[in-house]
Ligand binder design. Structure first.
Ligand code: URA
Length: 226
């Protein structure tokens, strides 16, 4: 497909009434930065997206929830069953724990945070997203970041870290460290599901480490704001 044709796909006039046949079905067709003017436009395309095979099995594409002006974006791995059914990220048990973690430092999910995932559609049986699926979906995440302009991005778990930064180090090694990416501050943190399997709060346990990390995030946010 020529570049001209590509630009036409995303012409403003398409957004009022999305023409289904014009939405790219091939992950090789780029979605350039600046394609979307609003998250709603992006969500509209995600709901009809078939850039990878997950479009065939999803119930809903799960785009994001929270404040579009939030200073913090939290990026998870992929929707699970509850998320696929509701169309909202992190609404199952892991999500409830994430809410508690956020609230523990007086952050509010509706006000301070926007939550999304590396990929927007549920992989069958909750398997780890394949690199090809992550690549196909990544332009949506990059557009979300561009549109929301968060100051801080938290990457929950190794898949989110790999998908976003290409960093293959283990999560236990890099969690809690600030990594600058495209002028933004990113911090890898444990995935809340991992904490559900490791309930101990002993010093240096995963939960204890998460507590240190979320306090560091709160302190950084206060520093940026003041
Ligand atoms: N786990 C994730 O990584 N994302 C969700 O949306 C739900 C569970």
């Amino acid at each position: 497909m020529s570049d001209d044709k590509q630009l036409n796909l995303f012409d403003d006039s398409n957004f009022g009434e999305p023409a289904l046949e014009l939405i790219p079905k091939d992950a090789k067709i780029p979605i350039p930065p600046g394609t979307y003017q609003t998250i709603n436009q992006l969500a509209e395309h995600c709901q009809r997206c078939h850039r990878c095979g997950l479009g065939d099995t999803r119930t809903h594409a799960v785009v994001g929830r929270g404040n579009l002006q939030a200073p913090i974006m939290i990026v998870g791995e992929a929707p699970g069953q509850n998320e696929d059914e509701t169309g909202l990220p992190f609404v199952g048990k892991a999500g409830q724990l994430l809410e508690k973690i956020i609230a523990s430092v007086n952050l509010d999910t509706e006000r301070d945070v926007y939550i999304c995932n590396i990929i927007k559609c549920r992989p069958p049986n909750n398997r780890v997203p394949a690199p090809k699926e992550i690549e196909a979906c990544k332009p949506y995440l990059l557009e979300q970041i561009r549109l929301l302009n968060p100051k801080i991005i938290l990457l929950t778990g190794a898949t989110a870290v790999r998908g976003m930064l290409g960093d293959k180090r283990g999560i236990t090694t890099i969690r809690g460290t600030w990594i600058e990416w495209e002028g933004r501050l990113c911090m890898p943190i444990f995935h809340p599901s991992y904490l559900l399997y490791n309930p101990s709060r002993e010093p240096n346990s995963p939960k204890w480490l998460m507590w240190q990390d979320i306090q560091a995030v709160r302190a950084k946010l206060d520093e940026i704001r003041n």
